[in-house]
Design a protein around this ligand. Structure first.
Ligand code: SAH
Length: 464
């Protein structure tokens, strides 16, 4: 992060603008909206600007700038078209430790002015740290569209309940949960539709329910078993994103990418569940118990898994424990590695000319061997996709050939598919084990075998 975003309280503080033209007027308007006392210094100052200064309890001074003008200022903006004056203002402010912004001169600034979406009391500030102002305006437009027009009313209503909710629900986590549930209820829509009375009634009802539930002794939490997809955060589902921003605790796997982790609620507890291959059984039990315990503490627990939780994800086992313990849960499917990697590598898993069926298999070696029904895997017009297959790659290729698959069958190995680090190597079944070693390809990889792989030549699009 290049800059620290903050929202500064400048009410009744002296803020100085050096410059008296139209840019200065725009800045003065902004400062007066934040209730600053605006002081303008310039040899020529427009009438309009002068009126604004007086109305804000400031002053319009038709004089050349001197550092003495900055005395007691909370911040200063230089908005002249004279480079020497801008430079002098910047230097004087910096030596006095007063935050300074020089319009359109990033190198002279100690703070930048963001683009803002103002729906007071809700404020959204956007910055590209001075790198791409056009992008900042585009984002502002997108956010304007996203934010409902009466968000201000909603914010004010919620604000008017803050103290009461705090008195009613002493526990911080539970209070946060109350607010989040409220935002997912019909209350926002009621406000946007202008039905404030019904919104208030709903909030009152929820507070009464809360008091009753507290009397009945604590609330059971919930577990969300969520598929995070193969790595690209754009492949998360909307429901996954919603639950990710809501959960109190997150239990995540090794395969969940950093980019996806950044989308979690920042203050959620994050517990790493990366498994040692050799001790899977023991650890799985610990995970199951932990899920139950956290839910019983009333927490909203997110179990975040790579790909889809029900495809080689042991999601079923975790849910069985929860069901037994009477813990409520939801399951959110994710894009599984096979379809994510295939799509990003340009390999259609089925194709009218090549394959009418596709099989997902595990290539994970147990005690050095792979116990699969090889004779069923060697079929015409069938695509095979191996998960966890890199260490068993040689066995897979040898066994398929031994059971009758042509040694020139196309095969692709895709490492870290859908991410910026994606690597795809394609070859023939007979020679892939040697090529894979030579290229140093690493797990996690998906292996796709079948004539569909040949389509990649024409359909490859990602990263190329
Ligand atoms: N539930 C997951 C699979 C878990 S098993 C899913 O539905 O995708 C773990 C295996 O998935 C890895 O060993 C690897 O074979 C595969 N995998 C997961 N993400 C991958 C990715 N981005 N690129 C390649 N393979 C991946």
């Amino acid at each position: 992060m290049e800059l620290l975003p903050i929202f500064l309280n400048i009410r009744d503080r002296k803020c100085v603008i050096v410059g008296g033209g139209s840019v200065a007027l725009r800045k003065a308007n902004l400062l007066s909206r934040a209730q600053a006392s605006v002081h303008v210094i310039a040899t020529s100052i427009s009438e309009e600007l002068e009126v604004l200064c007086r109305a804000s309890n400031g002053a319009a001074m038709r004089q050349p700038f001197t550092p003495a003008h900055l005395e007691g200022a909370a911040l200063v903006i230089a908005a002249t078209d004279d480079g020497a004056i801008n430079l002098a203002v910047s230097a004087a402010a910096k030596s006095l430790n007063i935050p300074v912004n020089v319009v359109d001169k990033a190198e002279l600034c100690s703070f930048m002015m963001p683009a803002i979406v103002d729906k007071a009391p809700v404020l959204v500030a956007i910055s590209s740290s001075g790198t791409a102002p056009a992008l900042t305006s585009k984002l502002k437009e997108m956010i304007e569209i996203m934010i409902p027009g009466s968000i201000d009313k909603l914010a004010n209503l919620l604000g008017s309940y803050r103290a009461r909710v705090k008195d009613t629900i002493a526990n911080l986590d539970q209070r946060r949960q109350f607010w989040q549930d409220l935002l997912e209820s019909e209350v926002p829509e009621l406000i946007y539709a202008g039905n404030e009375d019904a919104a208030i009634e709903t909030i009152e009802q929820r507070l009464r329910d809360r008091l009753q539930a507290a009397g009945a002794g604590g609330k059971m939490g919930e577990v969300y078993l969520v598929g995070a997809g193969p790595g690209d955060p754009d492949l998360l589902t909307l429901r996954a994103l919603r639950l990710m921003s809501k959960a109190d605790v997150v239990l995540y796997d090794r395969l969940v990418s950093d980019e996806i982790m950044q989308k979690l609620r920042p203050d959620a507890d994050k517990i790493y569940m990366g498994k040692e291959q050799t001790k899977q059984g023991v650890e799985q039990e610990t995970i199951n118990e932990l899920l139950v315990r956290l839910a019983r503490e009333g927490k909203r627990v997110l179990r975040l898994k790579g790909g889809d939780p029900f495809i080689f994800g042991r999601g079923g086992e975790e849910l069985e424990t929860l069901a037994q313990a009477g813990v409520p849960f939801q399951v959110v499917p994710g894009i599984t590695a096979a379809s994510g990697c295939a799509a990003y590598a340009g390999i259609p898993l089925t194709h009218r000319d090549h394959a009418q069926s596709v099989r997902f298999l595990t290539g994970h070696l147990r005690e050095g061997t792979l116990d699969l029904e090889w004779e069923h895997l060697v079929r015409e017009k069938q695509t095979l996709v191996f998960y966890m297959g890199l260490s068993g790659l040689q066995t897979i290729c040898e066994q398929l050939i031994a059971h009758g698959m042509a040694a020139d069958t196309p095969i692709a190995v895709i490492q870290q598919g859908t991410t910026r680090r994606q690597r795809v190597i394609s070859d023939q079944l007979g020679s892939m084990p040697v090529l894979a070693k030579k290229t140093g390809i690493k797990a996690p990889t998906i292996i796709i075998i079948g004539s569909v792989v040949s389509a990649q030549e024409k359909l490859s699009w990602f990263g190329s």
